[in-house]
Design a protein around this ligand. Sequence first.
Ligand code: ASP
Ligand code: MG
Length: 457
Amino acid sequence: MIVMKFGGTSVEDAIAVDRIAGIVRSRLAEHPLVVVSAMSKVTDGLLAMAAAAGKGDGDKAVDLCHQVRERHYATAGELLHTGLFTEVHGKLQTEFESLEHLLRGISAVGELTPRTADYVVSFGERLSSIIVTAAFAGREIPATLLDARKVIITDRQHGRAVPQVEEINHALQLHAQPLIAAGRVPVMGGFIGSTRDGITTTIGRGGSDFSAALAGAGLHAERIEIWTDVDGMKTTDPRICPDAHRIKVISFDEAAELAYFGAKVLHPATVLPAVEQNIPVLVLNSRNPSNEGTRIVARTPKSKSLFKAIAAKQRITIIEIVAARMLMAHGFLAAVFEIFDRHRCAIDIVSTSEVSISVTVDSNEAIPAIAADLEKLAYVKFSGRQAIICLVGESIRERPGVAAQVFDAVKDINVRMISQGASEINMSFVVEETDVPAAIKRLHARFFSEVDPEVFD
Ligand code: ASP
Ligand code: MG
């Protein structure tokens, strides 16, 4: 069997749903289980409704709810013939009535608990999965709606509930496996789950990929397909380098490094359950289904190219902490890091010398307060508008001369800090934000002019 997950833009309207029906139909012989996100922007809309209701503004919440309702009705109307539409309309109506009722209730109390917020937000995937199941059924796909809350069992940390893998695997055998064995195509909403005692939870924003990975791992899928609206991952931002290549195959570790730098395609941590079992994960484009996309695997084959991709993370601040006291002293780093910890500020890159420490952080509002605390220990200097450039590739492990090649390519650009990740598969350095396009263009020209056709397109 395979798992096919369709993100919000792949179910955003009738045209999109019709398109994915064609994609699923082309794979019926492989026994797919389908996971769908809410229609694009619906999760944000539901959160906005919940927030408005929580502030006591029931009218605004219900207004927003009606907009979302009309969009679902219109999509269902365009997708389904009259008989099926009447049936689905009835189902959707029941859901929207209960949502509206709930919003009125929240607004009457004027308080939104995490548990209630999860319940509100769960409507997104519940509604999209109802429509997609019916649309599939009307397009020669033997689809059956599978309530994700019966299989994705989680703990009770609302908003970021932790899936309970053993129970999920058991529930999958109980509720999904028999459907697949009977030749049905289960359609399940991503992102949502429930506690053992049936309270609705969600597993974190973007969580549908995670749901797909859990289902694929539990059902020993041959592969997991994550359908988005881009042709997989690229060697760098194509807005900077129009000649960026598609990465055909990337290791989980490489993809994880890139995700951290904002390669938005998917967060690899969410597909770890599948990768751990050596189930390949493919990132594909529902608007261009013949493109092979990117394959994320546990280990990539040896490649002739040094790097897989170049990414940049903007809006970085460098904080330099200079203290003569640090000379031969211990405990100074601990004292410095304790301050960052107290302000819940994550540090990206650190470099130290005998009398100074430089760290980079995402530019944030806590910086003045952090500075005030640091100044009790040392002399502090800031530079905003910096960026981290990161080059990622398994092939740089134990390869001499890599740093020389990288810095030769950007020799006319001022490099502020340098770091080679402990994972030994990334090299990062800090430049002024304004130097990012030039740095990326030069590095891309140096490392990706000639590429290994096995790995890049
Ligand atoms: N609908 C959820 C979100 O927008 C989950 C997902 O799409 O993966 O975060
Ligand atoms: Mg997503």
